[in-house]
Design a protein around this ligand. Structure first.
Ligand code: IDP
Ligand code: MG
Length: 140
């Protein structure tokens, strides 16, 4: 499959522990290239809109509160089969179930504070990239 893009967030548990470099190193070693990156502090409205698909889930309010509890690093990642490649290096949502060598197994704190977000489809990747980045901010 041709090189394509996905969207990543390094979550507040990782910025708090000053391990954004460690996370990015694992992404790069997995064959992904950071073609856009910025550190932001999301507003509640932004986080609620971003995670809108989860609005009915029981953990929604806690998730939003966690995601605005500190800064995050939003990134566009490029690589062959980028969406799946990123999901593979992220590992399972719950770090207790994640494979050894994945970001969540090695670095995450809990099922909520699990260090990284990654798009789950090419369609959602395009939507999520456009939510945070202007085209000219992405430099491949
Ligand atoms: P994903 O991040 O692996 O795609 P999703 O099901 O899309 O997982 O959930 C989004 C985020 O919501 C997770 O990354 C995690 O931070 C949080 N989350 C998911 N399930 C739970 C839960 O059961 N309790 C608390 N937080 C959860
Ligand atoms: Mg998800």
């Amino acid at each position: 499959m041709a090189a394509n893009r996905t969207f990543s967030i390094i979550k507040p548990d990782a910025t708090r522990r000053n391990i954004t470099g460690a996370v990015t190193k694992m992404l790069e070693e997995a064959g992904l290239r950071v073609v856009a990156s910025k550190r932001i502090h999301m507003s509640r409205e932004q986080a609620e809109e971003f995670y809108g698909v989860h609005r009915e889930r029981p953990f929604f309010n806690d998730l939003v509160t966690f995601m605005i509890s500190g800064p995050v690093v939003v990134q566009v990642l490029e690589g062959e089969n980028a969406v799946q490649r990123n999901r593979d290096i992220m590992g399972a949502t719950n770090p207790a179930n994640a494979d050894v060598g994945t970001i969540r197994k090695e670095l995450a704190e809990s099922i909520e504070a699990n260090s990284v977000h990654g798009s789950d489809s090419d369609e959602n990747a395009a939507t999520e990239i456009a939510f945070f980045f202007k085209p000219e901010e992405i430099v491949g």
